[in-house]
Design a protein around this ligand. Structure first.
Ligand code: ATP
Length: 300
């Protein structure tokens, strides 16, 4: 196992940020921690990267205990924190050289690993980090986290605030790093990114709701789910929420995702009900559940 946690708990002045978290990440796996703001993702990263002590439980990273072997862990892992962590007043090249130096290496020694990412920011190598665009900062932070050739890479919300095209490129980059044998633990609040991981843990309020492959998580969704559309979306949501047989109602893109309490649900009955509420152009179609649907169901 590359990462293992057993009953890790952490509180901040009485507020439980993590409650008995246990899971394992296999060597070479791309593992996602999926959850909303405040779920406890950053706290978990800080414990695994030895920057914060857990109140209870044990954790190991790359074969080392996070408490007794913390120095060895610091040499074996790369950490890209959620908040921009580089020196704003140093240039791109100076930041990278700085990180290489503290790990006793050079840019040249591990250039192969970062090359593909670094060439994209190399034209700006003399620019101060504080003056880079969001996507460029993200690439520089990733280069700095990789410069000592870590066995395990921790990425805390690396794509938050990044545009969709750069997000896609970033995930392609992660896949290629994985192919080079690096184990990756990545957190994200974006449910669509969950599908790109080998396995995911859904986390909320400091607790793990479910751990599995994205496919299995979706497959285990317990209900039939329907896309519902009508001429007035706000009124549609209101009417669905007031419907006595509804189980769940969530806006989902141009549709509303609806599940019914009954096993013998008949869509035409719902259509009639909605039309009786002055809605028109009503469409009700069965659809596949997504990670987001599962999350909403589990978080209920
Ligand atoms: N230093 C701290 N002191 C007090 N409370 C804290 C501290 N750090 C985090 N918390 C609280 O612990 C909970 C978990 O926070 P954490 O930052 O780990 O979550 P997160 O999933 O990373 O979310 P975010 O993306 O908002 O940082 C939140 O309720 C947060 O307000």
């Amino acid at each position: 196992m590359s990462i293992s946690l057993s009953h890790i708990s952490k509180s901040y002045k009485g507020l439980k940020a993590l409650e008995a978290i246990s899971f394992e990440v296999k060597a070479g796996e791309l593992f996602g921690l999926i959850g909303p703001d405040g779920a406890g993702k950053t706290t978990l990263f800080r414990i695994l990267t030895t920057l914060l002590l857990a109140d209870e439980g044990r954790a190991r990273v790359a074969g080392f205990d996070v408490v007794s072997d913390y120095k060895k862990i610091r040499n074996s892992v790369g950490y890209m924190p959620g908040k921009f962590s580089l020196y704003q007043d140093l240039t791109v090249e100076e930041n990278l050289t700085f990180f290489a130096t503290i790990f006793g290496t050079t840019i040249a020694e591990n250039y192969d690993l970062i090359k593909e990412i670094y060439v994209q920011i190399e034209p700006f190598k003399d620019r101060r980090a504080g003056k880079l665009s969001g996507g460029m900062k993200q690439k520089l932070a990733l280069c700095c986290a990789l410069i000592h050739k870590p066995e395990v890479l921790f990425l805390d919300e690396p794509t938050t605030g990044v545009d969709p095209v750069s997000r896609k490129e970033f995930w392609e980059m992660l896949k290629r790093l994985q192919q080079k044998g690096i184990t990756i633990l990545v957190s994200t609040p974006y449910m669509d990114e969950a599908a790109l991981c080998d396995r995911i843990a859904l986390i909320q309020g400091g607790k793990i709701l479910q751990i599995d492959t994205p496919r299995a998580i979706v497959r285990h969704y317990p209900k039939s789910i329907y896309n519902v559309k009508a001429n007035k979306t706000y009124q549609l949501i209101k009417a669905l929420k007031a419907y006595e047989n509804k189980h769940s109602v969530y806006p989902f893109g141009e549709f509303v995702h609806y599940t019914d309490k009954r096993d013998d649900f008949n869509p035409s009955e719902l259509k009639e009900y909605l039309e009786s509420k002055s809605l028109s152009d009503v469409v009700i179609e069965k659809t596949e559940a997504t990670i987001e649907d599962t999350f909403m169901e589990l978080a209920k």
